[in-house]
Design a binder for this molecule. Sequence first.
Ligand code: NAP
Length: 264
Amino acid sequence: MSAFRDDILASRVALVTGGATGLGKEIARAFGQHGARVCIASRKQENLEAACHELQSEGLDCMWVACDIREPEQVEHVVAEVMDRHGRLDIVVNNAAGNFPAPITGLSYNGFKTIVDIDLRGTYNVTKAAFEAYLKEHGGHVVNISAPFQNLGVSMQAHVAAAKAGVDSLTRTCAVEFGPYGIRVNAIAPGAMADTEGVARFADTAKKMAGGGTNPLGYVGAKRDIANAALFLASDAASYVTGQVFAVDGGAGIDMMKMRLPHE
Ligand code: NAP
């Protein structure tokens, strides 16, 4: 049972990059369940087909287009396909990203570049293409999926932290430049979500963080928590909210001492 009215995104069309897996698929599902027609886009066709089939079998309106968000022509193709099919594109969720743990000493020049290319340049490419094709004439919403650690130093994540810091910056600048066009731009910084491949790929620290007890709420976040935040930001409920990066992490990021009082 959703906390939101089930037609909160009725008549809207949404593009979710990286929507075939993990958080992106749950965001696509949540949007579809609340009335949106959804397009998911990423590189692996077999994942896109499977995810789209899964969402359609749940009664949701879903299409897919394969693309590498590092390539502006491919991104423009995705946006053109959405426009051809639906004639509009109201919501963009920049969720696609790469990640692998590596210390700076073990990170190749190309490894660093690849992550910045996907996470930061990819976010720019998709936002720019959607702006030119639809948003600048009609307004809409952009939701960027960021990360929780770029304001701190974090081992093994120099490449991702730098890229996501860029995403946060882009979020604020886009909000300032696009506000006059009726476009809101916000970001979500998810904590470690235990039910994602992204965290499963990680070393023990992230798994422990995702294991709960390391945030004030004391329980593990799930994909749906991020999807609910995206739903709020993409809906008219957030009509006066723009340029913000929202931590959705059970309070982990603001908990400096990480001390827990025993429960009564
Ligand atoms: P995931 O399952 O690995 O999803 C990443 C998606 O991005 C995949 O569907 C992948 O599909 C797509 N992708 C990667 N490179 C691409 C490219 N060049 N072009 C197009 N698509 C590309 O990861 P996730 O854990 O759900 O994470 C989703 C988002 O949340 C990411 O932005 C991540 O940084 C952020 N996040 C996640 C967590 C967490 O707990 N999981 C925590 C903090 C932040 P293909 O490989 O088929 O292209």
